[in-house]
Ligand binder design. Structure first.
Ligand SMILES: NC(=O)C1=CN([C@@H]2O[C@H](COP(=O)(O)OP(=O)(O)OC[C@H]3O[C@@H](n4cnc5c(N)ncnc54)[C@H](O)[C@@H]3O)[C@@H](O)[C@H]2O)C=CC1
Ligand SMILES: O=C(O)C(=O)Cc1ccc(O)cc1
Length: 362
């Protein structure tokens, strides 16, 4: 049996556990220092066994996945370095930043064990084991940051195990990882939160802001609902990179202020053209750090049972719906339903099915 210990069975740890659990030859052990969490892991059947004892989880593990907030990673590495781990044991983590954990591990001696940093670059704004899914990493990139001293055989063993996630593995230098992921993930999370808070302040004096906020606002602010502790740790850990990115962001915004003050129409057009060209040139929609939703809007008559009919119709054709929202529904006025899907194929199928009976817009 290959024993896999997962420390912190939340969204990411739970999703990894679900990708491994039940696979021949694999046994998944969950660890948390909170007894209530252990009960939850077992009740939700994400692990084969769970324990509050770090030693019990770690001592005969072949793989140890650290899936706790970034601010806790170094503490766990120090605790593991004091244990007589199984020879050949591979310790890895899933933290959203890689430079500090890599240098901490490099400075520690693990008796016979190897540390290889990792970052599955897929997730969502929800946290906790309740949000875990065995398919979270399917088709996403999964960064590994082996040290030059990492034996190739150890890397290969981890890579082989991670095949169960169906993610695409990619080796990246940890410092470069933090620069790039800072720009494409950490900065957008800050911008989303700042934007929502700006609008929330206006809304305090007039609730129409919240009532009218729709479409584009929701699209670009989904990630503002992400977990505060997880994100506090990420931003503080990647402080140098994030501060530089925010300075650059201020320059972008200052540029827009100038264009609007000077009523520079062609300049504004150029900004949209440049952004559109880059965005349209992005690789085909696939799971990435900031993942997309596929949405359609359905005009529905306001009569009882219509939502049930639509969801039943989609369900009976095995279309996976990730969210449903009534945008407008008043007596005598047709309602609009927003249906969200995680997979493009589900959206296409829903379009085909629903357009026979309803007006559907993408
Ligand atoms: N949320 C996301 O979409 C992604 C997160 N990550 C990284 O994965 C790691 C885990 O994040 P999530 O699974 O989203 O969070 P989560 O909140 O769903 O899970 C965190 C787990 O760590 C445990 N934990 C929390 N505080 C702890 C503490 N002080 N000591 C020991 N255990 C503690 C929790 O009980 C929970 O089991 C973080 O390092 C995060 O940066 C990586 C990729 C995506
Ligand atoms: O919800 C989303 O789209 C995310 O961006 C989730 C996410 C959060 C943190 C990561 O390190 C990677 C992915």
């Amino acid at each position: 049996m290959t024993r896999i210990a997962i420390f912190g069975v939340g969204l990411i740890g739970g999703s990894l556990a679900l990708s491994f659990k039940g696979k021949p030859g694999l046994q998944v052990v969950g660890h948390s220092n909170n007894p209530g969490s252990i009960e939850k892991y077992l009740k939700r059947e994400v692990v084969d066994y769970a324990t509050t004892s770090l030693e019990e989880a770690a001592l005969d593990a072949d793989f140890i996945f650290l899936c706790v907030p970034v601010g806790k990673l170094e503490e766990y590495l120090h605790r593991l370095a004091k244990l007589p781990l199984k020879p050949g044991c591979i310790i890895t983590d899933v933290g959203s930043t890689k430079a500090s954990v890599a240098s901490c591990a490099a400075a520690l001696q693990f008796s016979g064990a190897h540390f290889i940093g990792g970052h599955p670059m897929a997730g969502k704004e929800k946290s906790g084991v309740e949000a875990a899914s065995s398919r979270l990493f399917e088709n996403a990139f999964y960064v590994l940051t082996p040290d030059p001293s990492t034996p190739e055989a150890a890397y290969d063993r981890l890579a082989e195990l991670l095949q169960h996630t169906r993610a695409h593995l990619v080796k990246v230098d940890p410092v470069l990882h933090d620069e790039i992921v800072g720009a494409i993930s950490h900065l957008p999370h800050i911008i989303a939160v700042a934007l929502v808070n700006q609008i929330a302040r206006y809304n305090e004096s007039n609730e129409l802001y919240q009532i009218l906020a729709a479409g584009g606002f929701r699209d670009i602010t989904r990630i503002a609902s992400s977990d505060p502790i997880i994100w506090r740790d990420i931003l503080l850990n990647n402080k140098g990179v994030v501060l530089q990115l925010l300075k650059d962001w201020n320059k972008e915004i200052a540029g827009f202020i100038r264009l609007i003050e000077q009523e520079d129409g062609p300049g504004i057009e150029r900004e949209f053209q440049r952004a559109g060209a880059f965005r349209n040139g992005l690789p085909e929609r696939r799971k990435g750090v900031i993942h997309s939703f596929y949405e359609i809007y359905v005009d529905v008559p306001d009569h009882p049972g219509v939502i049930g009919q639509i969801t039943t119709q989609l369900g009976s054709h095995r279309v996976n719906l990730s969210n449903i929202q009534i945008i407008e529904s008043r007596e005598d006025v047709p309602g609009v339903l927003r249906l969200s899907f995680r997979e493009e194929a589900d959206m296409d199928k829903a379009l085909e099915l629903l357009k026979k009976d309803y007006a559907v817009h993408v």
